[in-house]
Ligand binder design. Structure first.
Ligand code: ZN
Ligand code: ZN
Length: 274
């Protein structure tokens, strides 16, 4: 008894150190991304003259590791992330050359499917995307061509088939079994839900980024299908996600037009070159 009392303070010290060490290491493991700047204790004051991240609380560094594949690479450069993608899908399609291992004849459910004359070809597309996205004061329209990048490196297109807001009505019939297709330069893309990714990662999953740096999520949330009515004009809303438990503005892919983006970018788009 006497002996254990002598060691008691030592034990306490060890326990204290263990707790301290533990909390430090769990801060660093950063599984959920909670990188809201301006820690809990100085949130309350006027932040108009705050530190460097005055314009935004969002930080997407933590989701970069969710991008995968040999056809895609990225590097952080200052306040941006630079993605370079070949844009080649990591799944089967009737749009591959017939001698490609990933070639597969159409086996989807659209009885009006109509193979377009284009075939998948390797691209070299570079996105420069802000790591700290923030709401824009004036919202730019999305371009025709790449407006974002999905987790497997395939680019996202908007809800139009061509200039002057041509609807996708006819194009939809050329979407393959994973709902993508190539345009006339062989650039493969998704206008609507990339079902290969939602099958792999789930219907609520993080699917990629638009070029303004805001994340894109699947068609379900909290056990419910997200509808256009749940979203703002840009086709997103602010709320907690698995990767951003403290909340972030994010887009959702829904089953109805405009599918992925509505009336332009919520934030300020970075640069796309191809
Ligand atoms: Zn298209
Ligand atoms: Zn949401």
């Amino acid at each position: 008894m006497k002996l254990s009392m002598r060691f008691f303070p030592l034990l306490l010290t060890i326990l204290f150190l263990a707790v301290l060490f533990n909390s430090c290491s769990s801060d660093n493991s950063a599984d959920p991304i909670v990188d809201i700047d301006g820690s809990d204790d100085d949130n309350n004051d006027d932040d108009s003259n705050d530190d460097e991240t005055d314009d935004t609380d969002y930080d997407i560094n933590g989701i970069l590791e969710l991008f995968e594949g040999t056809d895609l690479s990225y590097e952080v450069s200052g306040t941006n992330v630079i993605f370079t993608t070949t844009d080649l899908p990591n799944h089967k399609s009737p749009y591959w050359a017939t001698d490609n291992a990933l070639y597969e004849a159409y086996n989807g459910t659209n009885s009006s499917f109509n193979l377009n004359p284009n075939r998948i070809s390797e691209q070299n597309i570079v996105f420069t995307i802000p790591l700290n996205p923030s709401a824009a004061t004036s919202n730019a329209a999305t371009p025709l061509g790449p407006m974002g990048i999905s987790r497997n490196g395939v680019v996202f297109y908007n809800q139009y088939a061509g200039p002057n807001n041509q609807a996708l009505t006819n194009e939809i019939n050329s979407f393959d079994q994973w709902l993508g297709h190539p345009q006339n330069a062989g650039q493969y893309h998704y206008h609507i839900e990339p079902t290969f990714l939602t099958e792999e990662f789930g219907a609520t999953a993080f699917l990629g980024l638009l070029s303004d740096g805001f994340p894109v999520y699947g068609p379900m949330e909290d056990g419910m299908a997200v509808t256009n009515d749940d979203l703002d004009d840009f086709h997103g809303h602010t709320g907690a996600t698995a990767e951003f438990p403290n909340g972030i503005y994010h887009y959702h892919i829904t089953s109805e037009d405009p599918y992925l983006n509505g009336n332009g970018f919520y934030g300020t788009p970075g640069n796309v070159s191809q």
